[in-house]
Design a protein around this ligand. Structure first.
Ligand code: NI
Ligand code: MN
Length: 228
């Protein structure tokens, strides 16, 4: 399968049968490598409601017919906007035609900001585990470090972990390196850094801190891919 980093937390995974789009914040993303009109997923996997993840989810689902797999409250809000949805919730999993999706905990928040600056809460944020065609991919979403990441990896060994390293709103390089000890993934792609000046986490520092774990760290520029 082919993995492409699209910038920020947006990632694309093409398998023999499907095209998975994670957290499609493309419009307004200064690092996006593609525009929302050019991406044609069959599924959108969404970790939480913050604009830098939700992004173009509704427009892409309405245009392409892609199903958005996400948490319950967020799925209901998306459905009301005209998106196609499949709700799951924390600790639960569901078998799809392509494999299994699990929704995990993430320590963060999840809202959209309405007119006047009022936050509309959209349930709890999540991490997403995708098991398909013999690989397991974990998108951590936005999260703090938590030791129960061990349990996520116990269920199925993780081939590829997508971990935020930007700091300020999520784990920084030091915490993300510690997360690798809990998750024991074969490969890691650092995400959620450098998009905006506030996200100061440095991928080279992360790679250095994570070296002892033995995981392969793939630092990708937006638009770069690799096959596995
Ligand atoms: Ni967030
Ligand atoms: Mn974020």
């Amino acid at each position: 399968m082919k993995f492409t980093f699209l910038g920020h937390a947006a990632c694309y995974l093409e398998t023999a049968s499907e095209r998975f789009l994670f957290d499609p914040f493309l419009t307004g993303n200064p690092k996006a490598s593609i525009t929302p009109e050019k991406v044609n997923p069959t599924y959108i996997l969404l970790t939480h409601g913050h604009q830098d993840h939700l992004g173009d989810s509704v427009a892409i689902s309405r245009r392409s017919g892609a199903t958005i797999i996400t948490t319950f409250e967020l799925s209901q809000w998306l459905e009301a906007q005209g998106a196609k949805v499949e709700p799951l919730n924390h600790g639960g999993s569901h078998n799809f035609s392509f494999g299994r999706v699990r929704i995990t905990i993430a320590f963060h928040s999840s809202s959209i900001i309405e007119e006047g600056g009022r936050p509309l809460y959209l349930g709890e944020p999540a991490g997403i585990v995708l098991e398909t065609e013999g690989n397991t991919i974990y998108h951590a979403g936005d999260t703090a470090l938590f030791s129960d990441m061990r349990l996520i990896a116990e269920e199925t060994p993780i081939n590829l972990a997508l971990l935020p390293i930007g700091d300020r709103f999520t784990m920084g390089p030091k915490q993300a390196a510690k997360a690798i000890e809990f998750l024991r993934p074969r490969m890691v792609v650092p995400i959620h850094y450098g998009t905006f000046p506030a996200l100061t986490g440095d991928p080279q520092e992360f790679a250095k801190l994570a070296k002892a774990t033995g995981a392969q760290i793939h630092i990708l520029r937006p638009g770069e891919s690799f096959n596995f």
